[in-house]
Design a protein around this ligand. Sequence first.
Ligand code: ATP
Ligand code: MG
Length: 408
Amino acid sequence: QRTIPNTPTIPFIAGDGVGAEIWAASQPVFDAAIEKAYGDEKKIFWQEILAGEKAFEETGSWLPDHTLDAIEQAKVALKGPLTTPVGGGIRSLNVTLRQTLDLFACVRPVRYFEGVPSPVKEPEKTDMVIFRENTEDVYAGIEFAKGEAETQQLIQLLQEQFAVKNIRFPETSAIGIKPVSEEGSKRLIGAAIDFAIAQKRPTVTLVHKGNIMKFTEGGFKLWGYELAETTYKDTCFTMNQYQAIKQTEGVATADAALNEAKAQGKIIVNDVIADNFLQQILLYPEKYDVIATCNLNGDYISDALAAQVGGIGIAPGGNINYNTGYAIFEATHGTAPDIAGQGKANPSSLLLSGGMLLEYLGWQEAADLITNAIEEAIRTKKVTSDFAHAMDDAVELSTQEFGSLLVS
Ligand code: ATP
Ligand code: MG
C-alpha cells in the first residue's frame, strides 16, 4: 500500500488541439472538488510537463526526458490528447508512454449519464469497466514492410523451416507479429479480478478470438481460467469449472453458472468470443460487468462501448501498472483539430479521468463530487455543443462555461 501525501505534486500534460481548453476548464474543477471534500487538509500542486506538438515547439523533442522523469517521480500523471507527428518514423506518443512505463492495464469505465444522447434505446443498462491489455499483441509494433529484405527472409524462413506450407503467403505480404504472453495476460486478468472483487462486481468476462488465434488469444483465455482457478480459487468460480461439473456447454448456461457462483459467494469468470461480444453488448449489455481483453480487441471494444453511452467527449481512461503503481490518466479522445480553439470541446473526458486519478489516490469523496456535478449538469441540460446539438431544449455552454458551472 502506498502512502499518499496530502499535498502531492502531480504532473499534467495539457495536450495538443483542444487540450489547452479542456485543461483550463478542468483544473479549477479538480481544485474546487478537493477543497470542498477536504478543506485545507488536501491539495494538489499541478506541475505542467510537455509532450507532443507543444513539447516539440518549445524543446525540439516530442517527448522530453524531463517529462518521463517527472512522471516517474510522481508515479501518476494526467494528460490531454497528443498529436503524434505523421511520418518520420516516430511512433505514437501515447503508445510510447505506455510502453516506457509498462502501464499494462488500460482501464476504461463505461457508464451512462442520464440525458446523454445515445444510439441505443436503453443506454442505462450499460455499466462496464474494460481492462484492456496495453503492452502486447499487435501493438508491440513488430512489423515488417512489404518487399523489405527482412520480410523476404522471414517469408522464406516460415515457409522452409516452419512448414508454413499450403497457405497463401505471397511475396508481397507485409507481416505483423502478435506476441501474447502468459505473464502479460495473467497480470492484466489478475488486475481485472482484483477490481471486480474490490468493487463487488459479480462477473469478469474474458473477451478473445481464441477460436481463430488458438495460441495467442486462446492462450489468453486459458491462462485467465488457470489464474482464476488457482490464485483466485477462494474468490472466483469459472465457467470452465461449471461446465466440467455440469457437463454442459454454450451460452445458455451462462446464467446458471452465474447463479452457482453467487450461491458459492464468489464472482464468476467466464469468456466470450470477441465478435459475439460486440453483438451481446448491444443486445444484453446488462450481462457484462468487468471485461478483460487483449490489446486490439480492447481498442475496438472501448470505442464501441463509449459510443453506446454518448461517446468520445465523456469517456475517461487510465493506464496503470498495478505492480509499480505508475499510472497515467487521460482523455480518451484525440486532439479534435476540427473544433480546437473554438470553446466547443467537452471537457468531461478529462474531468472524469481526473476523477479516476483522485480515486486512485484514495480521494474518493473528491472524485464523487466531480462525477455528481457532471451528472447534474447533463440532467439539467447544460452541456457543451457536442451534446447540445443532439438534445432538445439544451443550453449550450462553452468549454470554459461548462467548467465554471461545475465549480459553482
Ligand atoms: P487525432 O488525430 O488527434 O486522433 P481526430 O481527428 O481523430 O484527432 P478525434 O479527437 O479523435 O479527432 O475526434 C473525432 C471527432 O470527435 C471529431 O469530430 C472531434 O471534434 C470530436 N471530439 C473529440 N473530442 C471531443 C471533445 N472533447 N468534445 C467534443 N467533441 C470531440
Ligand atoms: Mg483520432
